[in-house]
Design a protein around this ligand. Structure first.
Ligand SMILES: O=P(O)(O)OC[C@H]1O[C@H](OP(=O)(O)OP(=O)(O)O)[C@H](O)[C@@H]1O
Ligand SMILES: O=c1cc[nH]c(=O)[nH]1
Ligand SMILES: [Mg+2]
Length: 209
């Protein structure tokens, strides 16, 4: 099943803290990054290992394992995706970053692309797309279209909160894409915001409320 709702107690605890109406910018930012790390841990569970020999502390050669040449690019969707980036890079420090910028038109709820700077060899990398919110799914589908056009084959989506409408839209266009989320919430309100959701994640991360 391509939808993974991560029920780990640490994930659920941290997400619960993020839902507080009067949460500070500092706490929201810290928690977004911590959840970014925990979702990365889940989304990389199938990465392959290969045996490797090193000199151990006692002077003897020992066999260990290392990641098998998996090349990763993290794809934060501006602005709010930046709020999870450090958390993802804490676990995959050598990953390259491909930034895309899209905002959602407040009236039409359609995504408007305004920035794109992808790594050159993106077609040979596993792409981890990060954005706290998957609402109507328009922004995510537009991003996935962009990545597919550039030849990406292995793409995984990491979001803090998803709405059923957004999950359906992504999986209609990309049935094989794996979505990792801390919560599958109830529905969208009349303004396209996720309920119960987190509010406007970008504003909360950047303090622009
Ligand atoms: O699934 P959708 O209905 O497309 O909505 C989700 C998008 O909306 C938010 O971004 P926003 O447009 O607020 O931009 P921002 O990150 O700059 O605040 C959010 O971070 C997603 O990118
Ligand atoms: O609930 C939502 C929906 C879109 N964007 C947000 O930041 N929050
Ligand atoms: Mg926003």
């Amino acid at each position: 099943m391509p939808l993974h709702v991560i029920k780990h107690p640490l994930v659920q605890h941290k997400l619960g803290l993020m839902r507080e109406a009067d949460i500070s910018t500092k706490s929201f930012r810290e928690l977004a990054n911590e959840l970014g790390s925990l979702l990365t841990y889940e989304a990389t569970k199938d990465f392959e290992l290969e045996p490797h020999t090193i000199d151990g502390w006692s002077g003897e050669a020992i066999n260990v394992e290392k990641l098998k040449g998996k090349k990763v690019t993290v794809v934060p969707i501006l602005r709010a995706g930046i709020g999870m980036l450090d958390g993802v890079l804490d676990l995959i420090p050598s990953a390259k970053v491909s930034v895309v910028g899209l905002y959602r038109n407040e009236e039409t709820l359609k995504p408007v692309p305004y920035f794109q700077k992808l790594v050159k060899d993106i077609d040979q990398r596993t792409a981890l797309v990060i954005d706290p919110m998957l609402a109507t799914g328009g922004t995510m589908v537009a991003t996935l279209d962009m990545l597919k056009q550039h030849g990406c084959k292995d793409v995984r989506v990491l979001v803090l909160v998803a709405a059923p409408e957004g999950v359906d839209k992504v999986l209609e266009s990309y049935p094989d894409i794996h979505i990792y989320t801390a919560a599958l919430d109830s529905h969208l309100n009349e303004h396209g915001y996720i309920v119960p959701g987190l509010g406007d994640a970008g504003d909360k991360i950047f303090g622009t409320r």
